[in-house]
Design a protein around this ligand. Structure first.
Ligand SMILES: [Cu+2]
Length: 119
C-alpha cells in the first residue's frame, strides 16, 4: 500500500518538474524571439514591395533592394525616413527602434505601399 502511494507521489513530482521545465522553456523562447534585433530584406520587384506587411522586433534593420529596371523610392508616410531614388540593385536601410505601425510607399509610384509593424 505504502509503496503505491510512494510511486504516485513520485509520479506527481516528476509531472510537476516536467511541467515547470516546459513552462520555463516557453517563457525563455518568448523572450528570445522578442528581444534580439534582426535584419529583414525586402525586394522591390515588378512595381511591388516583396513583403507588403511584416511584424518585427524593436531595433530591426530593414533593407529594401530595387530589383526593377526603373527607379523606386521607399518613403515613410509620416516622413520618418525617405530614400533617394534607387536604381536597379541599389539598397536602402532603416533601423526601426520604436514600436508602432509604419506605413511607407514609393513616391514615384504611390500605389506601391508597404507596412512595418514594430512590436
Ligand atoms: Cu516605384
Amino acid at each position: 500500500m505504502s509503496s503505491l502511494r510512494t510511486r504516485l507521489l513520485t509520479l506527481a513530482t516528476i509531472a510537476t518538474v516536467f511541467t515547470m521545465a516546459v513552462m520555463d522553456g516557453t517563457s525563455a523562447h518568448a523572450n528570445q524571439s522578442s528581444l534580439p534585433a534582426k535584419t529583414i530584406a525586402i525586394e522591390i520587384d515588378n512595381f511591388k514591395f516583396g513583403i507588403v506587411s511584416v511584424d518585427v522586433a524593436q531595433g530591426t534593420i530593414v533593407t529594401w533592394t530595387n530589383r526593377d529596371d526603373v527607379p523606386h523610392t521607399v518613403v515613410s508616410s509620416t516622413k520618418l525616413f525617405k530614400s533617394p531614388p534607387l536604381d536597379t540593385d541599389e539598397k536602402f536601410s532603416y533601423t526601426f527602434k520604436d514600436a508602432g505601425t509604419f506605413e511607407y510607399y514609393c513616391s514615384l509610384h504611390p500605389r506601391m505601399t508597404g507596412r512595418i509593424v514594430v512590436k
